[in-house]
Design a binder for this molecule. Structure first.
Ligand SMILES: [Fe+2]
Length: 415
């Protein structure tokens, strides 16, 4: 939050943004665009689709639509919109995710048990909050804009994160359905550059990583600080399905020496023998995608692999995973093909605070800081990341066994 506020002030100072009226118009348009994108993504899903929760980590579409709305109601409207009427007092309990400071909440694994409010009531909740936010922005003077814009901005970035989760979660739900439904039968995978085994030399020395600019970033991308990069070589291309098939054919999933101990336990317990959503039919491999069940394209980047699998693959290939600092420096030097928009790329970096990081006070300080243990950082962005939500300093993070995200692999090597 503190960072969002800072970015707003800096932007004003640096870009000489015109008067309050232009700012109101800019933010009203941004608000409408992001809110509409959530509804566009949800519109392909029936009310039945929208209610399902296929595992504790995934949430129903309807919950994503309501929770992102609650975020604006809780953090923007309640404290800042005079006379705002809460849509339904009971929704805070249902749609608070993990903000302990914001009050008690429904158990995450039980989100799929909520049939009421139904999808159309959630639509009415969204419309109610949209109207109040638009009125708040339209009526704001310069002083109140300075208070509310940082909250609008983090609310929109938060909603964009849920737009991606909406897709990853519904693919997981569809993966439980023997008829392999398609989210969008016309969906096409992103075009990527073919892997040619080429590695780029990183300029060794001291580099700066982390966000430092006028545009928005999450607090976990700061402070910007120096890192030492020592003789790293980083793959220009993403690891492909063809390479992954070689790993499988070479007994990758059956060779304990390739795996971390926790990874090998997971392979055993889960019975993994291929990436997530892969299935063999008549000797051929298929995978469930947003377009339904499709034959594996050998040239496409491997997707739906966990950190454990990425790590084992790198060991099998005689290579490594890059650190997040190496990834970010390489992205800055434009050494990476398909850094964004295909698959998130696992790094070998544990998700921990940058030097001097402090989470903000209050409920929004719970956004990122309290998760900085036991997870690994992914860099880049994926085919499901909404437009305008990617940047070189972005730190995504998931637990090492997670593979329902659009997560893939880029290798590194050392002299
Ligand atoms: Fe959230």
């Amino acid at each position: 939050m503190a960072n969002a506020a800072m970015s707003f002030e800096r932007r004003n100072a640096a870009a000489r943004v015109p008067g309050a009226q232009d700012l109101c118009m800019h933010w009203a348009q941004a608000f409408r665009a992001v809110r509409a994108e959530t509804e566009r993504r949800a519109a392909r899903l029936s009310a039945e689709d929208q209610a399902i929760q296929s595992m504790p980590d995934a949430s129903p579409t309807k919950w994503h639509r309501a929770h992102t709305t609650w975020f604006f109601e809780q953090f923007l409207l309640k404290p800042h919109a005079r006379g705002y009427r809460v849509f339904d007092e009971r929704f805070a309990y249902l749609f608070n995710s993990y903000y302990v400071t914001a009050g008690p909440r429904h158990a995450r694994p039980q989100r799929g048990m909520i049939t009421r409010p139904d999808a159309s009531e959630v639509g009415a909740y969204r419309a109610h909050v949209d109207e109040a936010v638009e009125r708040l922005i339209a009526d704001a003077d310069a002083a109140s804009l300075e208070r509310i814009i940082p909250i609008v901005e983090i609310g929109l970035n938060h909603e964009q994160q849920h737009q991606e989760l909406l897709l990853t979660d519904i693919v997981h739900a569809f993966s439980q359905n023997p008829v392999s439904p398609a989210y969008d039968p016309k969906w096409q995978p992103p075009k990527v550059q073919a892997d040619n085994g080429e590695f780029a030399e990183q300029p060794a020395g001291i580099h700066a990583i982390g966000h430092d600019g006028a545009d928005f970033c999450f607090d976990n991308e700061q402070p910007r600080h120096r890192v030492l990069i020592e003789g790293a070589r980083i793959a220009r291309r993403l690891v492909s399905n063809a390479e992954w098939l070689q790993f499988m054919a070479d007994g990758g999933y059956a060779t304990p020496s390739l795996w971390l101990s926790d990874g090998w336990n997971t392979v055993q317990n889960e019975g993994w023998s291929a990436p997530g959503y892969w299935q063999q039919r008549g000797g051929e491999w298929f995978a469930l995608t947003l377009a339904g069940l499709k034959p594996i394209d050998p040239a496409a980047p491997v997707c739906h692999v966990s950190y454990y699998e990425a790590d084992a693959f790198a060991r099998w290939a005689g290579k490594h995973l890059p650190s997040e600092a190496e990834w970010e420096v390489a992205a800055r030097f434009d050494l990476l093909a398909d850094a964004f928009g295909a698959v998130w790329q696992w790094t070998r970096s544990a998700y921990s605070p940058y030097p001097g990081y402090r989470a903000a006070e209050g409920a929004l300080g719970e956004y990122n800081g309290k998760f900085m243990v036991n997870q690994m950082v992914l860099r880049g962005s994926s085919l499901a990341t909404p437009e305008g939500h990617s940047r070189a300093t972005y730190r995504n993070f998931f637990y090492p066994p997670a593979r329902w995200q659009f997560s893939g692999v880029r290798l590194a090597d050392y002299a």
